[in-house]
Design a protein around this ligand. Structure first.
Ligand code: RIB
Length: 304
């Protein structure tokens, strides 16, 4: 079984600010840093850091060598990444003193996939291989249709949520991984239970993982519901927390772990990512995550 992540690669220009800038306001940032990011790249790196062999497909631009090198350095297979002589995807990210962020995304080459390129990449994959997708690239509906025809299991993180998703046949999705805001955008409900029931009604064949910020996360497959709390930390930067969660959850499931264990590992991994600055650089390794979980269990036992 092979794992393909077809997704965005961005250069993130990150500015530390006291508060997120308001309309008409000009503020001075206290720090400016450049990181590799993009929901696609972050999720591939999270999968690789969690010990899974992952192929990344996507398009980088003229200044994208750093993205390619970073993927390779973390063990992501870059065979299917292509470079175009165009401006690449990038973001401008503000991070405030509470670690909250706001992101402006420029699509660049992430919005230049062609049907020929997609067909070529997918021709290397087959039935029961996993395909992981987010919503930062163009032709998502085409990728879903073609991957489904091949019998691939499609995991969709519908982020950022926008109208392009309406063009997709979402009944072909095997697993949705989304947060409560995306859940509300999808269903019109803000309550987690109502979001899940509504999603399960719309997509009866699918499974769902809904993340709920400080209220943890929940898995639902229409019958079984499993809850996971958070591991509280002082937030430094929440960028890529969701991507880390997705990567570690999927890695655990692919490795044959139970859903309970996958939720717990993903929750711990994203709590570590939140305690560090940056996107892909904040993603922990599998051993950091398991050591931290062991330490937590040891403290619980000794304090008992
Ligand atoms: O999920 C975080 C990512 O979203 C950032 O790395 C940024 O590139 C945006 O795509």
């Amino acid at each position: 079984m092979k794992i393909l992540n077809f997704g965005s690669l961005n250069i993130d220009y990150v500015y530390s600010v006291d508060h997120i800038v308001r309309g008409g306001e000009t503020i001075l940032s206290t720090k400016s840093e450049t990181f590799c990011g993009g929901k696609g790249l972050n999720q591939s790196i999270a999968l690789a850091r969690a010990g899974i062999q992952v192929y990344h497909a996507g398009l980088i631009g003229r200044e994208g060598q750093l993205l390619l090198e970073t993927c390779a350095r973390y063990g992501v297979d870059t065979t299917y990444i292509r470079e175009l002589p165009e401006k690449g995807g990038h973001t401008m990210i503000q991070v405030d003193s509470d670690g909250q962020n706001s992101i402006i995304l420029y699509g660049g080459t992430n919005q230049m996939q062609t049907r020929e390129y997609i067909d070529e990449v997918l021709s290397h994959f087959e039935s029961d291989d996993f395909l992981i997708l987010q919503n930062e690239i163009n032709l998502l509906h085409y990728i879903i249709d073609k991957a489904y025809e091949r019998g691939m299991k499609i995991v969709l993180n519908p982020s950022p949520f926008d109208n392009k998703l309406k063009a997709c046949d979402l009944s072909k999705i095997y697993l949705f991984m989304l947060n409560e805001i995306e859940g509300e955008q999808f269903t019109g409900f803000s309550d987690a239970e109502e979001i899940l029931e509504s999603l399960a009604g719309k997509f009866p064949e699918a499974k769902f993982v809904l993340t709920l910020g400080s209220n943890g996360s929940v898995y639902y497959d229409g019958k079984v519901k499993l809850y996971q709390g958070i591991f509280p930390v002082d937030a430094v930067d929440t960028t890529a927390a969701g991507d880390t969660f997705t990567g570690f959850f999927m890695a655990s499931v692919i490795a044959g772990k139970s859903v309970e264990e996958a939720l717990c590992t993903a929750s711990k991994a994203s709590s570590i990512a939140v305690s560090r600055p940056g996107a892909s650089v904040s993603i922990p390794s599998a051993s950091e995550v398991s050591e931290s979980l062991q330490e937590q269990r040891r403290l619980k036992i000794t304090s008992w």
